[in-house]
Design a binder for this molecule. Structure first.
Ligand code: GTP
Ligand code: MG
Length: 462
């Protein structure tokens, strides 16, 4: 019995081969090797070319809270659904902190601390007007009823306790906002930067145990939180002080029973609505798990950056090598100021950023896609009677409807694009609510098709 490799046995020359046959065989083998090597080289070159052609680089830009990371999560939800679903459990801690922060905001408001975040009315290209009609003092003239006092005494200690726990896991030292996804007991082991895939074995069980402690507390105090949130006197204080939690990021108070249930696993929508601030820049590679027709085989690299002012220096290095940019302008923020600089109106900031991007020479041949985002909030805000003309003087007597306002702002952004682009280029704009899965799916498909089309055009030119 022989232990020889069976393949070797087949390839071995016949034992009774003549010298002539051997020479012929060797020359044939040499030729086969040469052809094979040349095929390998061709395949390598072709692969390289294909890879070069088929990598699409997309950059998400816009001020803080404009919806960049939410847009990225929509891409993940649509194109890498398995990974997206697996990550949902990690968002529970973020949602817990979002809830705690909302309730603490209410308690602060009842304590008469200053928590307002409305625009004081700077001026800008859009001729933003002064918000001088507000009777500032009247916002603070309210004494909580005794029942509310009891609720506050019940809720404050446990919520502060959970806040401390969650801050230790989600908020870096010296910062105010959560920027870490996932987490567990041991920082070194569990720290997950937004771009990284967590190791399932490592993080899953500690996440569950730790989160359960916070979840358990939130579950026990859900009725008290619910009572606070639905109390008419509380609503009156919030209204008077113009604290509109429903329009802010990470709002879950209307879903308290569901999201504080023991064993709660965030739904897709919850993940999209959760608020986790981005620090630094992360690149996400999409090997499209879902077949997407035309661009099957295209590798997408999407870069998500932090949008607050201190983060914007991280944007420029990506301008060098980018095919398309999605710029998010949250137009619902026309009556709000930046949280990092209360002297700057959010809409004004978006307009200035848009102008800077349009006129940037490095980006002259890059497709700019504009998302006029948070249209759901804009529609509600306008309907509740907030007037655009009070903040944007140039709007004058025009109708304060969603259609009129969104089309006016779209025209303004389009004009900036036309006037400031170094070379003429197409203007792509969408009115979006990127937390909405139904409408955003279609918009992302259009953007994808458009970017791939332009990308193919460019690679043919090269
Ligand atoms: N209602 C509503 N909420 C939105 C929309 N877009 C984003 N949000 C929410 O707004 C918050 C902020 O969105 P993010 O995607 O974190 O914003 P970002 O641009 O990544 O912010 P930074 O990371 O600070 O730069 C999140 O809680 C989102 O769920 C929208 O169109 N409508
Ligand atoms: Mg972000």
């Amino acid at each position: 019995m022989t232990m020889d490799d069976p393949l070797d046995a087949v390839l071995r020359p016949p034992p009774n081969e003549t010298a002539e046959e051997a020479a012929f065989r060797l020359s044939r083998e040499a030729e086969a090797r040469r052809i094979s090597a040349s095929i390998d080289a061709d395949i390598r070159a072709e692969r390289l070319l294909l890879r070069k052609k088929r990598i699409v680089r997309l950059l998400l830009l816009g001020q803080s809270e404009s919806g960049k990371s939410t847009t990225l999560r929509q891409f993940q939800r649509i194109y890498t659904p398995t990974a997206f679903r697996e990550e949902r459990v990690l968002w529970r801690a973020v949602i817990q902190l979002n809830i705690v922060r909302s309730v603490l905001t209410i308690l602060d408001a009842l304590d008469n601390n200053d928590g307002g975040y409305l625009s004081d009315g700077p001026t800008s290209d859009l001729d933003l007007a002064d918000d001088d009609s507000e009777d500032y003092e009247s916002r603070f003239a309210h004494t909580p009823a005794p029942a509310l006092d009891t609720l506050r005494r019940t809720l404050l200690p446990p919520l502060r306790h959970i806040e401390t726990l969650l801050i230790a896991r989600l908020v870096p030292k010296g910062e105010k906002e959560a920027t870490r996804l996932g987490a567990g007991v041991d920082d070194h082991e569990i720290f997950v930067r937004p771009g990284n895939r967590w190791k399932a074995g490592k993080s899953k069980s500690p996440v569950r145990e730790e989160a359960d402690a916070a979840q358990q507390t939130l579950h026990s105090f859900a009725p008290a939180m619910q009572a606070l949130w639905t109390d008419p006197a509380v609503r009156a204080v919030l209204k008077r002080r113009k604290i509109r939690l429903e329009e802010g990021p990470g709002f879950f108070l209307n879903d308290l029973a569901r999201v504080t249930a023991v064993g709660y696993l965030p739904a897709d929508d919850d993940v999209l609505r959760a608020r986790l601030k981005t620090v630094g820049a992360s690149e996400y590679t999409f090997e499209m798990e879902v077949s997407t027709g035309r661009e099957t085989g295209t590798e997408w690299r999407i870069v998500d950056v932090g949008g607050s002012r201190s983060q914007r220096a991280t944007w420029v290095p990506f301008f060098d090598d980018v095919d398309a940019i999605i710029f998010l302008a949250p137009i619902a923020g026309f009556d709000q100021v930046l949280s990092e600089d209360k002297s700057v109106n959010r809409l004004e900031d978006s307009v200035l950023l848009w102008k800077a991007l349009c006129s940037n020479k490095m980006l002259a041949s890059v497709d700019l896609v504009l998302f006029l985002n948070k249209c759901d909030i804009l529609a509600k805000k306008l309907q509740s009677g907030v007037k655009l003309a009070r903040y944007v003087r140039s709007y004058k007597e025009r109708e304060n409807s969603f259609e009129a306002v969104s089309s006016y702002l779209r025209t303004k952004f389009s004009a900036i694009h036309r006037e400031h682009s170094p070379n003429p280029r197409k203007f792509y704009a969408f009115c979006t609510s990127v937390t909405d899965t139904t409408t955003t799916g279609g918009i992302i498909a259009s953007v994808r098709d458009m970017v791939v089309r332009e990308h193919l055009k460019q690679s043919k030119l090269l």
